[in-house]
Design a protein around this ligand. Structure first.
Ligand code: ATP
Length: 349
């Protein structure tokens, strides 16, 4: 059992605000991902939960018990870092066993626990190797096993996949997801990679400059971004955003006009995703007509970038769509799928 509560948590170094008014309850067994660009305060938030960083103001509680003043070693949390943190002179077996020794766990149980943890990450055949004799992916699995072997209440993972190549990242990601499901341990996972966040998380916390922008399931965040920052951070390609004004249900931007919107008059940023736009059949005119800038064949679809109103707009077309750079195409966006944000605050309206 481990429910983590952050109540009005702030971190400041002098005048610099690292994390501001962070409020969140992380449910027992939840997989929570802290997502945001470099420097947004993700690692600092996680380090405060671990006890590696003091909380300037506010409270952190695990299962109702405030842990602000508790030593890291007494918090029952296990951390996995991007830099593995393995002991080079110890073999895999001893690296995995190390936390049990430090915590003076009954030695009679060590062997079984080490073997169980190493089997979970498929390292059974590597127990006698030294870290230098392992690949990056295998080293990261040793670091995972070392966290698993403790059977902690909480896993804290700081970009554990970022040193792995693209293919290994995908397979290790699947392994982490499977492990967290099997072990039912509350997990806080830090990443700047939105795909990692979307694929792993029960809920995602999107952060920017020390502040929480939105908390929600991956679907909520993708379908209903709270502001233009979240809208442009989640999804690949990023959501198309265009400035303009709405009057009597009609959006007018630079060379772009979309009618039939259910929205109040005002200066807005209108957003839509590439997959929500549909290319108009030849001979018909859509809401937006613009020249093609690039054509990317993705295999299952064709991604077009078009120059509309002085900016590039992404439009996803069916896999058999063919067109040349410079050719004009027309496309439409269903008005009920458009996202509308206040132009000055960036907040969804
Ligand atoms: P990254 O993805 O680059 O690791 P992050 O979101 O994890 O970024 P943090 O490491 O939490 O960011 O840092 C948040 C902000 O706090 C950054 O601007 C950083 O420079 C600042 N910061 C971190 N540690 C300190 C410190 N000890 N003293 C002063 N400022 C710090």
């Amino acid at each position: 059992m481990a429910e983590i509560q952050l109540r009005n948590v702030n971190k400041r170094w002098g005048d610099f605000v690292g994390v501001e008014n962070f409020n969140l309850t992380i449910a027992d067994e939840e997989f929570l991902v802290l997502l945001g660009p470099s420097g947004c305060g993700k690692t600092t938030t996680m380090r405060m939960i671990a006890g590696l960083e003091d909380v300037t103001e506010g409270e952190i509680a695990i299962d109702g018990r405030v842990i602000n003043d508790l030593d890291p070693k007494d918090r029952d949390v296990a951390m996995v870092f991007q830099s593995y943190g393995l002991y080079p002179h110890m073999n895999v077996y001893d690296n995995i066993r190390f936390p049990l020794k430090v915590r003076k766990v009954d030695p009679a149980t060590h062997d079984e626990r080490v073997r169980r943890a190493s089997a979970m990450v498929e390292l059974d055949d590597f127990l006698h190797r030294k870290p230098a004799e392992l690949s990056g992916g295998q080293r990261q699995r040793v670091a995972l096993a070392r966290a698993i072997v403790r059977e902690p209440n909480v896993f804290l993972m700081d970009e554990p996949l970022s040193n792995l190549d693209a293919k290994l990242r995908v397979s290790t990601r699947a392994q982490i997801k499977n492990l967290s499901h099997e072990l039912k341990v509350t997990t806080v996972y830090v990443t700047h990679d939105q795909i990692e966040a979307m694929t792993l998380a029960d809920r995602v916390v999107v952060m920017k400059q020390g502040r929480v922008q939105q908390v929600g399931t991956p679907t909520e965040i993708y379908d209903n971004p709270a502001n233009t920052f979240v809208a442009s951070f989640i999804g690949s390609p990023a959501m198309n955003l265009m400035d303009g004004t709405i009057k009597d249900g009609t959006f007018e931007g630079k060379h772009v006009r979309i009618e039939g919107l259910q929205a109040a008059d005002g200066a807005v940023t209108l957003g839509f995703r590439a997959e929500d736009a549909s290319v108009t059949p030849a001979g018909q005119t859509g809401q937006i007509t613009a020249p093609i800038y690039t054509v990317e064949l993705l295999g299952d679809a064709v991604m077009l970038a078009v120059r509309a109103g002085g900016q590039l707009v992404s439009v996803k077309a069916p896999k058999d769509f063919r067109a040349e750079i410079g050719e004009e195409i027309s496309f439409s966006v269903p008005t009920d799928i458009c996202h509308i944000f206040d132009q000055s605050t960036g907040e969804r309206v």
